[in-house]
Write a protein that binds this ligand. Structure first.
Ligand SMILES: [Ca+2]
Ligand SMILES: [Ca+2]
Ligand SMILES: [Ca+2]
Length: 594
């Protein structure tokens, strides 16, 4: 055996050489970047008083504490915005402003500084309206920092400074914190969130044990299920100052529940149905991973937004302004046959396993499918099945019928998951475009409302099939393209407007875009000759001359009219925010080298 020290040096040198070689092999295109439109293009809520649904900073914010920082009637709110964020991760403080119908309204956030090396996973606690502390659980110990109100930063202090019970407790099984709730004429309890939306309720006793698990129930006597994934509660005082109401934030929404003052016969607290938590001058927002359509849904002459989301709903953001000066209201969940549309894999399972059971990833496409003059919806989702919802109502009062499956040769149509189907006219006939199980664009001809005829692969000008993903990107990692048929260059033929996940690779598995560079909006022009349907390679959407890279999971886009035959674009990012890009600031970059 040789000299061990020399052996170690040689090994280290070898490792450095290997790492260097590998770093040369990785093309810079594989590193993800971010480039978002200016904040000046971000749409704001269209509510007349500027008070709209609370807009999350990230895909999944956490309510980490409340405290009287600004001296208002009710406490201010601290939020943790994690790494899956499109703006800036960190801890944010929202000032309490007022209440609207009993629901607190918060002001614009400020980002507060935290000690170096600590993340956003902490709890915030206030001692009798005095000192505000943040507490981080680090392995088996704790770190404690005190809030400096003048500098808006947390400064580390001796952890012995806290010697009293806290409002929230850490759970040991990774389920997130429970929040302590006071009821006045009932013993206080703890409420915990869950991945699938149940809100469990415990009281103390005997001794320091928690009671048997009970649940928060609604006014109908049925257990409440919060409509988000990974719901995390924080108790918040009602208008009388009792900490009995709940702020609940998960992926897909930020909500407020008012305690009714009642318990049911199982000693479970009864809460009023969920309302949006509110924000003054709120950015327009919709759930997480929105999948949008721009369409005059209610036939009143202005463009509205119809959008899917990651938790599996389809919502309408009605425009109460005009197309030229839009004012979009809070999202309202759409119904089919009278019931709210909700897709989730549940116990059937998701391609990405049981942990994803709550994610529906609805991808609706609004199109007049039966050509009766009323907008209908065709849709796919995390189950990768395909459905149609026909609008059976009058022009200004859309009413969707129950979902019907789409069939090809008698079997339910299936493809890659989380794909927004392209639907519209090609060669004068209604078509349906999806990503097939080879991860390639596939065309179907409509026969009737429910039946399709296989039209084969969509093809590039040169005849090659159009790939959506790298070869190794299939199953749960595959699919994910959002397809819109729209005549962008106004030559009378529908083009393909696409949005992607960061990992898609269009039109070639190896040489496509974005190929990990960041979620993208792209255009494939229709270059068909006669009956032969062909598309040019994709060109990425640019904003002020630079390609937009819109995060990791998802983005979506829809054309938006700016005067006669002139279009800009509404673009959304994964945290659910909207940007309205005027035509003079957008262009299309060069296609990839294929
Ligand atoms: Ca409208
Ligand atoms: Ca129709
Ligand atoms: Ca065209």
């Amino acid at each position: 055996m040789g000299n061990p020290k020399l052996f170690r040096q040689e090994t280290t040198l070898m490792l450095i050489l290997i790492l260097l070689a590998v770093s040369f092999l990785i093309s810079p295109a594989y590193a993800r970047e971010n480039y978002f439109p200016d904040l000046s293009t971000q749409l704001q809520t269209g509510e007349p008083d500027g008070i709209g649904p609370f807009a999350p900073i990230s895909v999944h914010d956490y309510p980490i504490g409340r405290a009287f920082v600004y001296g208002g009637e009710s406490p201010d709110l601290f939020l943790g915005a994690g790494k899956w964020t499109n703006l800036s991760p960190g801890i944010y403080l929202y000032k309490y402003i007022s209440r609207k119908n009993g629901v607190p309204v918060f002001g614009e956030p400020i980002r507060v500084q935290i000690p170096l090396g600590l993340g956003v996973s902490c709890l915030i606690y206030q001692r009798n309206k005095g000192d505000v502390f943040a507490i981080w659980k680090i392995n088996k110990g704790f770190k404690v920092a005190r809030y400096n109100r003048r500098k808006h930063c947390f400064v580390l202090v001796n952890k012995e400074m806290i010697d009293e019970p806290l409002d929230q407790v850490f759970l040991t099984y990774g389920a997130g914190p429970m929040t302590r709730v006071e009821f006045g004429n009932h013993a206080p309890g703890f409420i915990a969130g869950s991945r699938y939306g149940n809100l469990s309720f415990h009281t103390f006793g005997p001794g320091f044990e928690l009671s048997r698990r009970r649940y928060v129930v609604g006014v109908d006597g049925i257990r409440l299920r919060n409509k988000t994934t990974g719901a995390a509660p924080l108790s918040y005082p009602n208008a009388e100052g009792t900490n009995c109401d709940l702020i609940v934030i998960g992926e897909g929404g930020t909500y407020y529940y008012r305690f009714t003052g009642r318990f049911d016969d199982r000693d479970q607290p009864v809460y009023a149905n969920q309302a949006y938590l509110l924000e003054k001058n709120a950015p327009l927002s919709h759930s997480s991973l929105p999948v949008i359509n721009t369409v005059d849904w209610d036939g009143d002459g202005d463009i509205d937004i119809v959008s899917g989301d990651s938790v599996g709903f389809v919502s309408l953001l009605e425009n109460t302004g005009t197309t030229a000066t839009p004012r979009f209201l809070a999202p309202v969940k759409l119904r089919a046959a009278g019931e709210i549309i909700r897709i989730r894999p549940g116990y059937y399972g998701s391609l990405q396993g049981p942990k994803e059971a709550n994610w529906g990833y609805t991808c609706p496409t609004v199109v007049d499918w039966n050509r009766d003059g009323l907008p209908d919806i065709v849709m796919s989702d995390s189950t990768a099945t395909h459905k149609v919802y026909i609008n059976r109502a009058a022009p200004n009062k859309p009413e969707l019928a129950a979902a019907r499956e789409l069939f090809c040769e008698g079997l339910d149509l299936h493809g890659a998951w989380r794909v927004k189907p392209g639907a519209g006219l090609l060669n004068g006939k209604m078509v349906y475009v999806l990503i097939d199980e080879d991860e390639e664009f596939h065309l179907f001809w409509k026969i009737d409302e429910q039946n399709l005829e296989d039209g084969g692969k969509l093809r590039l000008d040169g005849g090659a099939a159009i790939s959506a993903n790298p070869k190794n990107r299939t199953g749960g990692r595959g699919g994910r393209v959002k397809i819109t048929l729209f005549d962008w260059d106004r030559n009378g033929r529908n083009d393909l407007l696409l949005t992607t996940h960061s990992g898609n690779s269009i039109p070639h598995p190896k040489h496509g875009i974005p190929h990990q560079a960041g979620a993208m909006v792209m255009l494939m022009l229709n270059v068909s000759k006669a009956e032969d349907i062909r598309f040019a390679p994709p060109r990425p959407l640019q904003y002020k001359g630079r390609t937009l890279y819109l995060g990791e999971h998802s983005c979506s886009a829809a054309p938006y009219p700016f005067g006669k035959d002139k279009y800009g674009m509404i673009v959304t990012i994964e945290s659910g925010r909207f940007f309205l890009l005027p035509p003079d600031r957008i262009s299309w970059g060069p296609p990839p080298n294929i």
